[in-house]
Ligand binder design. Sequence first.
Ligand code: UT7
Length: 339
Amino acid sequence: MNGVTIQVDREPRASRVLGIGGYRPSRSVTNAEIVDRIDSSDEWIRTRSGIESRRWANDEETVVAMSLAAARKALADAGVQPEQVDCVIVSTVTHLFQTPSAAAEIAHKLGTNRAAAFDVSAACAGFCYGLSLASDMVRAGTARHVVVIGVERLSDLTDKTDRSTAFLFADGAGAAVVGPAADLGEAGIGPVVWGSDGEHLDLIRQKEDWRDALFGEAGPSMPHLVMEGNPVFRWASYEMAKVAQEALTAAGVTVEDLDVFVPHQANMRITDAMSRQLKLPERVAVARDIATQGNTSAASIPLAIERMLETGEAQSGDLALIIGFGAGLVYAGQVIRIP
Ligand code: UT7
């Protein structure tokens, strides 16, 4: 060892969310439109999931197109120019190109100055995973401004005759811009509490890989997502409240300090069960975007935040608890300040 030290940046920094933006596909699909194919009813879907309608993308509303629209809104909200962006992180499981990443295309089309870019596969926890990475980059000095996008076109990978998924999954994009906070006291993103429960790998998964889908005995077809809904429902309803509580503790706050609760929009009953277990005070606003948006996996949390800001349920500066959970099974939660 020659005694030379590698120089690292040691300045302690804090990060915060500077802006939020979303994109909702133009087509709203009611329960009435899908019930016949899955032998269901509007009433069953509403009472079991809270969904009244969902958004499905058209041909032009691609993963990249929806992401660009959401990211541009988030940048405008943050007052950050594309050329100030150092990194683009895209969380998705429905970008149908194995390579190059959606993030590289988005970084280019946004007009960033050769920003670092990569995709993350963490299903419905994807936005919280991306936010955690972005926050750590800003805190470490690796990047000053990071665009985090959660985007899905789940309608592409959903079997429209599968009664356990066809009414649930939907499309959309949500984005956040993460940047430095003025000082440590102004930190706007708390420590992430995250993990994976790989023993439940089979509960939500793509049924066939691309090789099987293309060359299997049934002939060429799109691969599809399958889900054992009820075990996932029970796991999410009971285990995720514990993770949410840990995220509060890690940030040094309690439910009494919260203004807003934004869980992944998986099922209204999961949201209610988590709210009960957390003993949220009544004045805490709870995201219920799933009612007219469906379950958009990685996009659901930023979309729900954007909606709450639009309706006035959330205000800039509010303290929010966010938590994502899904296929893997994986999860991540943190406390943030609403930009
Ligand atoms: O986003 C990633 C994470 N995903 C989630 O968190 C989703 C978690 N799971 C869920 O949201 C719920 O499990 C579902 C909404 C998917 C299903 O609700 P559930 O209360 O767990 O229903 P279930 O699967 O236990 O089925 C209850 C009954 C069954 O009938 P019997 O056996 O009681 O006679 C099903 O056959 O409902 C029947 N059923 C349906 N009926 C009408 C199942 N799917 C349908 C349907 N329409 N689409």
